[in-house]
Ligand binder design. Structure first.
Ligand SMILES: *Cc1c(COP(=O)(O)O)cnc(C)c1O
Length: 386
């Protein structure tokens, strides 16, 4: 059965983004591809083999269930790291499958030591430091009993890394806080070394930090949004441009990997003075032609885009009129000649000259990039294209 829309993933776009990242970040620094949130909505099952074919060879996820999906999808047995949740019942699977994981509570480390002893397999942990984000992580006081536990369990627990996460590296407003976090990180790291615990690597940077704060790259960067062709914020893009030396290179090096399209389901004419759709949010100020498209908030097209969203029809940029419904939205196609039922509608993507970028909705909020992508439902079919 056909879905009402489809998602395409572009291999050449991802390859370009990978090349850009690999050329920007010095070769000693590992790149972990962050694929939480169903690979930012791109689809873990389709994205992982594609990413591996482009050169990515390490993946980070939020939870154990995502780690399992990555392992199943992987064709190259790439290492996987869990940055967040593990249901205690899944910890044995995690350890047994050599999946790396963040630790930020002593209980998880105790459980890991126990399991590791029992199944005779080392747990591969990354100690998360509390550096000022105040979400998860060990502070200097809490590290003391952790170190004792690690010293007692040297045969069972391998400290693969130490890490932290910045509280908004994509905005210059957080510059001071981020700098302070880096200082705290380095202090805790030195202290840990002094205790005889030697982590194999240090990693702190998300996309924004990897671009804006080269010092934060350390031994590995955890890159999410950038690999998919989106800048974490306009500020990060501008910062990048300002650092490019050659004038003719001052262009966006990233390519969007995802595009999302549907088709025109119905076309109708609306007379001046009529309201369109539910309620009174859109009043036709002229005789109009509108197209109904079978995509709504149930399909991940946010209701926030009522009277705001943009799409491409017949090679032209058109606007959403009225409220986004559960399964439908309406587009103003008054100025597009010869639109018929079945014509393509591009919701995200399109040609370079004329493109609906997720960010073009994003004037409303930086975070909308992330949110709109990750809300793309799992059941919309994904196709690989060149
Ligand atoms: C999501 C996440 C990242 C990646 O963030 P981007 O801004 O998408 O690059 C890195 N580290 C952690 C801990 C994360 O949760």
């Amino acid at each position: 059965m056909h879905h009402t829309s489809q998602i395409n993933l572009s291999k050449s776009a991802l390859q370009k983004n990978y090349n850009f990242l690999r050329n920007t970040i010095q070769p000693e620094v590992k790149i972990s591809s962050v694929v939480k949130g169903n690979a930012y909505g791109h689809g873990i099952e389709e994205f992982i083999p594609l990413a591996e074919s482009c050169g990515f060879n390490h993946f980070s996820v939020f939870s154990a269930d995502e780690a399992n999906r990555v392992k199943m999808a992987s064709t190259k047995n790439s290492p996987v790291m869990i940055m967040g949740d593990i249901n205690p019942g899944d910890l044995e699977w995690v350890i047994d499958n050599d999946v790396d994981f963040f630790v930020f509570e002593i209980e998880r480390v105790e459980q890991a030591a126990e399991i590791s002893k029992r199944i005779k397999k080392k747990a591969r942990i990354h100690i998360e430091f509390e550096t000022g984000f105040n979400r998860t992580g060990f502070n200097s006081k809490e590290l003391v009993p952790l170190v004792k536990l690690l010293q007692d369990n040297r045969d069972h627990i391998s400290v693969e890394g130490v890490c932290t996460h910045f509280a908004g590296a994509e905005s210059v407003a957080n510059h001071v806080r981020v700098q302070k976090q880096m200082k705290t990180f380095n202090k805790l790291y030195k202290w840990l070394l002094g205790q005889g615990i030697e982590p194999k690597m240090r990693h702190t940077a998300c996309s924004a930090a990897a671009m804006v704060y080269p010092k934060a790259r350390m031994d590995m960067v955890r890159v999410g949004i950038l690999q998919f062709g989106f800048w974490p914020s306009k500020e990060v893009f501008i910062d990048y441009l300002s650092k490019v030396k050659n004038h003719k290179d001052k262009v966006d090096p990233l390519k969007r990997v995802v595009s999302w399209s549907s088709r025109v389901m119905s076309v109708k004419n609306v007379k001046t003075g009529e309201f369109i759709g539910y309620g009174t949010s859109f009043l036709a100020q002229q005789n109009m032609k509108v197209a109904a498209v079978p995509v709504g908030y149930a399909h991940g097209y946010s209701r926030v885009l009522s009277n705001q969203g943009r799409a491409l029809v017949g090679g032209r940029r058109v606007g959403v009129v009225g409220t986004v419904n559960m399964n439908m939205l309406m587009l103003d196609i008054t100025d597009v000649p010869d639109v018929s039922v079945g014509d393509d509608v591009v919701l995200i993507g399109g040609e370079d000259g004329l493109e609906i970028s997720v960010a073009s909705f994003g004037e409303l909020s930086n975070q909308l990039n992330y949110e709109l992508l990750t809300r793309l439902p799992m059941n919309i079919p994904r196709y690989l294209v060149d």
